[in-house]
Design a protein around this ligand. Structure first.
Ligand SMILES: C[S@@+](CC[C@H](N)C(=O)[O-])C[C@H]1O[C@@H](n2cnc3c(N)ncnc32)[C@H](O)[C@@H]1O
Length: 232
């Protein structure tokens, strides 16, 4: 029997958010590492490993066979959740994709507006766009955790539909529910700060008023510190 692989930092956090006994949909699965790992660790009841392209699905199928979990994990060619129907999955993972794509998939899958479902979302870029969409569309971020992968930091969000569209201060889109006392959150926020400072300087250079952005920067520093300018 093949020795099971370890998940990388991003997928480990995604796995930690999956509920025991869940029916999983892994959208954009590529090699199907996440569903195979969850199946082999007896965490999930079933999984559909889905991808928009046939080639990644072939890799996924190879791994499902290699690790002997054909009885738990199946594959499906699907653009987002277009080839899924309501009730097929409890926990839905979208990892390793850009925030805009994740937003697009959620937005057109109307049956995701169900409080029983868990969305586990790991955007590679522009996480603030995803948080904003979730908050403005009645999805609540229940928990969030930063992770490290390939010398960079990312965030994983656990969200569910509540229907409540609350008021969120502007900094929330950048900070979300990341715990302030976690060193990985601080590393992640240092990356965010760098980008925001770059943007603020660009606005100043263009003669635009960056004060709103600067307020967000100050709030992030207050909560997570400023690793770039910290000697402590
Ligand atoms: C970088 S891989 C991420 C693989 C894995 N989820 C991970 O996080 O390691 C992104 C995958 O998403 C797939 N993908 C891109 N757009 C998609 C869509 N609209 N629906 C389903 N899969 C998509 C790509 O084909 C690719 O295999």
């Amino acid at each position: 029997m093949n020795k099971l692989f370890n998940l990388d930092g991003r997928l480990s956090v995604c796995a930690s958010f999956v509920r025991k006994g869940a029916a999983l949909a892994d959208i954009g699965t590529d090699h199907a590492y996440l569903p195979v790992w969850l199946a082999k660790n007896n965490i999930i009841k079933s999984a559909v490993a889905a991808d928009i392209r046939p080639m990644p699905l072939e890799h996924g199928t190879e791994n499902i066979r290699k690790y002997g979990c054909e009885n738990i994990v199946s594959t499906r060619l699907s653009d987002g959740l277009d080839e899924f129907s309501e009730g097929e999955a409890d926990d839905i993972v979208m990892a390793g994709m850009g925030a805009e794509l994740i937003v697009n998939i959620i937005d057109r899958t109307t049956w995701l507006k169900n409080p029983d479902l868990h969305l586990i979302l790991q955007p590679m870029t522009r996480a603030h766009v995803l948080r904003k969409y979730l908050c403005e569309n009645g999805f609540e971020i229940i928990e969030e955790k930063a992770c490290a992968h390939g010398g960079k930091n990312y965030t994983v969000m656990l969200a569910e539909y509540s229907g409540k569209k609350g008021f969120f201060p502007a900094y929330f889109n950048y900070v979300g529910k990341l715990p302030e006392n976690d060193p990985l959150s601080r590393e992640y926020m240092a990356q965010v700060l760098k980008k925001l400072r770059y943007k603020s300087n660009g606005m100043k250079h263009d003669g635009k008023d960056p004060s709103q952005l600067d307020e967000i920067i100050e709030e992030i520093i207050r909560r997570f510190g400023d690793e770039d300018n910290d000697n402590s």
